[in-house]
Ligand binder design. Structure first.
Ligand SMILES: Cc1ncc(COP(=O)(O)O)c(C=O)c1O
Length: 357
């Protein structure tokens, strides 16, 4: 029997969550964000479930080529753009679209002697201050693209810093204002919204939306659960208890003995640790499900194992099923307990994990 930990990927949930995106943004085309191996879910299996999306967005060239080689004919957008002139030949060969966010990229494009067909997303920095042209640089950047015979369609885009906050001064409104001031009258397609903006800010939907996390069934908001948003979890990490220790009051468990029992306890040892992608910094109290009942981890997470409290779950023992996150235990809840966000947990799924669909 293989080691009992596995990631179950529910492809029907992925497909369903795409329908939730469509319901929220019925007039926009959907560019499914599948970077970082589809947020840890597996690029090709996610792409298959998301094939009714209008496009894919990612940033790894090898992943973009894998999608093309697998036969997907959708627009595929490189959201960090390209880094060298050599990549332009690959972009052309595989008919990829690319974000343009920096003048060096414009210079490389100007020196690129091809004609037509290279679709680009011109990125505007409206306040995130990560990637993109400042509003005052925008007209020159657009002109450079418009006069370049290599360029096909031009779409304008930006990315929000605080779309996960309810509408108000500090949310998307300032960035949207800056974007609209520059985009007005250009008659170009626009793309602004990530998951949070799709769900909270319909005024940002425009022509292309770019959902990531909501497709994978997690919430982009700290105060609202994925279930409340009508999303279904896609990834469930399931393992089993592989040993039980009956400890006495005063006994401690695991590395560093950072958890010490104040009463006799039954402790389950679960196959699953940080080398599987479970966060090492998850503290005592981080929730798990044991045979469908809520419990929590104890002490320090090891590379391959963690401890769970079996007190009060009398029937639990070696072989009991343990859900680390997913169906019945939202990844957002585990992430919050571990002081992080679902994105990080999902993306960190380890290559050694056995994946079943
Ligand atoms: C440019 C861009 N668009 C869209 C997304 C999707 O964001 P989310 O997963 O919050 O929907 C990301 C993710 O970080 C991104 O970098």
């Amino acid at each position: 029997m293989p080691r009992p930990i596995q990631a179950l990927i529910d492809l029907s949930a992925l497909e369903y969550n795409l329908s939730v995106v469509r319901r929220h943004a019925p007039r926009a085309r959907v560019m499914a964000v599948v970077k970082a191996d589809a947020y840890g879910h597996g690029l090709l299996r996610a792409a298959e479930a998301l094939k009714s999306a209008d496009g894919f967005a990612l940033l790894e060239m090898d992943a973009a080529i894998r999608l093309r080689d697998a036969g997907y004919r959708h627009p595929i957008l490189l959201v960090e753009g390209f880094f060298s002139t050599e990549e332009l030949a690959l972009i052309e060969q595989y008919h990829l679209s690319t974000v343009i966010h920096h003048s060096e990229q414009l210079a490389m494009l100007s020196a690129y002697k091809r004609r037509g067909g290279l679709d680009v997303f011109l990125k505007l920095n409206t306040g995130m201050n990560r990637l993109g042209f400042m509003p005052e640089q925008f007209s020159a950047a657009l002109e450079s693209l418009r006069t370049n015979p290599a360029i096909g369609q031009i779409t304008l885009m930006t990315h929000f810093a605080r779309a996960d906050e309810p509408a108000g001064e500090n949310s998307v409104s300032m960035q949207l204002q800056h974007f609209n001031a520059v985009a007005a009258g250009r008659n170009l397609a626009c793309s602004l919204a990530n998951s949070a903006a799709i769900l909270y800010h319909p005024e940002t939907h425009a022509d292309w939306v770019r959902p990531g996390i909501m497709l994978y069934g997690a919430s982009p908001f700290s105060g609202k659960t994925a279930a409340e948003l009508g999303l279904r979890p896609v990834m469930t990490i399931s393992s089993r208890v592989i040993a039980v220790q009956n400890i006495r009051a005063g006994d401690a468990v695991g590395y560093g003995h950072i958890f010490c029992a104040d009463r006799p306890m039954r402790v389950g040892i679960v196959a699953g640790g940080y080398a599987d992608g479970y966060p090492r910094h998850a503290p005592t109290g981080t929730p798990v499900l044991v045979d469908g009942r809520r419990s929590h981890i104890l002490g320090r997470v090891s590379m391959d194992m963690l401890h769970v409290d079996l007190s009060g779950i009398g029937s639990a023992g070696v072989g009991s099923q343990v859900i680390l996150w997913g169906e019945g235990l939202p990844v957002d809840e585990v992430a919050q307990a571990a002081g992080t966000i679902s994105y990080e947990l999902l993306c960190a799924l380890a290559p050694r994990m056995q994946v079943v669909t």
